[in-house]
Design a protein around this ligand. Structure first.
Ligand code: 9WN
Length: 454
């Protein structure tokens, strides 16, 4: 085959992948928001929608912005952006609005539609800035709507910097593994094992109904703990002050914090483009700087060369485990000179360069680490969105060669005929796990394909 033929074949395979990705996003479209997956996740999820907006932006800027606007319509009065906005037409999901009871116990929570009482990583400003950049290139038609969204993003960031960091450590606190987005990661095994489960109202899981192999989902014991933590949060009326006093699970989440730093940089860019006051940018810079220091001082671990989470119920002790979250300093703008080492780590033998992997993709957990399971939820398989975050950050920092290898590894995996835009993938075989037709996988695939020409 000539070089020209080979490159025509690659272009046509990627063109087909892109068409299929768009089909997934259209199939999961609820009108003004997108469900993460056809059956398993029938509502709107916070960070999923940010990734979805990034992918949609190339094809329909207006619809991409609607995705964020819809989510922020359900922002709580205290600034938090809920992790789920419930779709009233979808009943086949547990825990649903009644179990969360947010608007029953908190005046800050909206009731139409209902939401959960948790948060998820703040990827939203990255999406808003992407929409703005593409809008600038296509004649600035969405600027006034971006101006309306901007104060909501500011108040979301303010909530994270204050409500979720009362100690001023420069790190964001989470109250539940679901807040981390890496729900069942071994990161949470030790702190969860210290949680004493009390009486939980009876419940029936729905997730295992939609995923044929239950071993790909959390165990029953883990699920009981998740629901017990929801009961505890409800008892505290979702108020940060009470939670800080009484809640049994409070962790300074390194990955969430690093994403917050990247989002503060993106929001500075948006603020500057929209001509917002200098004081906003000073504020955003100070939050960004505080996170840089917080990660260096409290979570960076010289021994493992990873960023670790701090268990605040154990005096801030570091949770030692090797997961994809440990690589998060790459996300922090101007972190320090150690970034080249982290970049090597991302592509090295513990992660994307592991000798047993079929493709060069970052696993959720390093093989062999305590708690590692090859096919289980966040305990081994690879999540394309995490790969996207690290790819994007390596590119931003100028590590283009490594970024390109990671992008290629992910596209090779997604081009496999049975990949079907899976929720996650077994690293040794590339087998699709969890749900198929996962929206955010389709969205990041679009961005990886589009980025070839950027
Ligand atoms: C609970 C939707 C969400 C993602 C999370 C992922 C998973 C939910 C679940 O699915 O979480 O929020 O039921 O397990 O862990 O990151 O946002 O895709």
């Amino acid at each position: 085959m000539t070089t020209q033929n080979a490159s025509t074949n690659v272009t046509s395979a990627l063109g087909k992948l892109q068409t299929a990705a768009l089909r997934v996003l259209r199939g999961n479209d609820l009108g003004r928001s997108t469900k993460p997956a056809p059956q398993l996740y029938p509502h709107q999820w916070s960070w999923d929608s940010a990734f979805i907006a990034i992918g949609l932006a190339y094809h329909d800027l207006d619809r991409a912005l609607v995705e964020l606007e819809t989510l922020f319509q359900s922002q709580w009065k205290d600034g938090r952006v809920p992790h789920i906005v419930f779709n009233p037409d979808a009943v086949d999901y547990f825990p649903g609005p009644q179990r969360w009871a947010c608007s029953d116990v908190s005046d800050a929570a909206p009731s139409d539609p209902h939401t959960s009482g948790l948060i998820q990583p703040p990827v939203h400003a990255l999406a808003a800035w992407r929409i703005c950049e593409l809008d600038i290139a296509s004649g600035e038609k969405l600027q006034s709507r971006l101006r309306d969204l901007y104060p909501k993003l500011m108040s979301w960031h303010r909530y994270l910097a204050t409500g979720r960091d009362p100690e001023g450590m420069g790190l964001v606190s989470i109250y539940h593994p679901w807040e981390s987005g890496t729900d069942n990661s071994p990161r949470w095994d030790v702190p969860l094992s210290a949680v004493k489960v009390g009486e939980i109202p009876l419940y029936t899981r729905r997730d295992t109904k939609h995923v044929a192999d239950a071993s790909e989902r959390p165990t029953q014991a883990e699920y009981d703990r998740y629901l017990w933590l929801v009961e505890c949060l409800k008892k505290c009326r979702y108020e940060d002050e009470r939670i800080n006093k009484d809640h049994p699970f409070i962790i300074k989440d390194a990955l969430m914090s690093a994403i917050f730093a990247a989002a503060n940089r993106a929001l500075q860019r948006l603020s500057s483009h929209l001509g917002m006051p200098d004081s906003d940018r000073k504020q955003l810079q100070s939050w960004e700087e505080r996170t840089r220091q917080g990660i260096s001082k409290h979570s960076w671990d010289e021994k493992t060369r990873l960023a670790l989470d701090n268990d605040m119920r154990q005096g801030g002790t570091k949770i030692v485990v090797s997961t994809c979250a440990g690589l998060c300093p790459i996300l922090i703008p101007e972190f320090n000179d150690g970034l080249a080492t982290i970049c090597e780590r991302i592509m090295g033998g513990d992660f994307a360069g592991h000798q047993g992997f079929k493709f060069a993709v970052v696993p959720s957990t390093t093989p062999g680490t305590p708690g590692y399971k090859e096919r289980a939820y966040w305990r081994g398989p690879s999540w394309p969105v995490i790969n996207w975050l690290y790819w994007h950050a390596m590119r931003e920092h100028g590590f283009t060669r490594q970024a390109e290898r990671l992008r290629q590894g992910n596209l090779d995996l997604l081009l496999e005929p049975e990949a079907k835009f899976g929720e996650y993938f077994q690293c040794s075989s590339g087998q699709q796990l969890g749900s198929a037709d996962q929206s955010w996988t389709a969205a990041v695939a679009i961005d990886w394909i589009e980025s070839r020409s950027r």
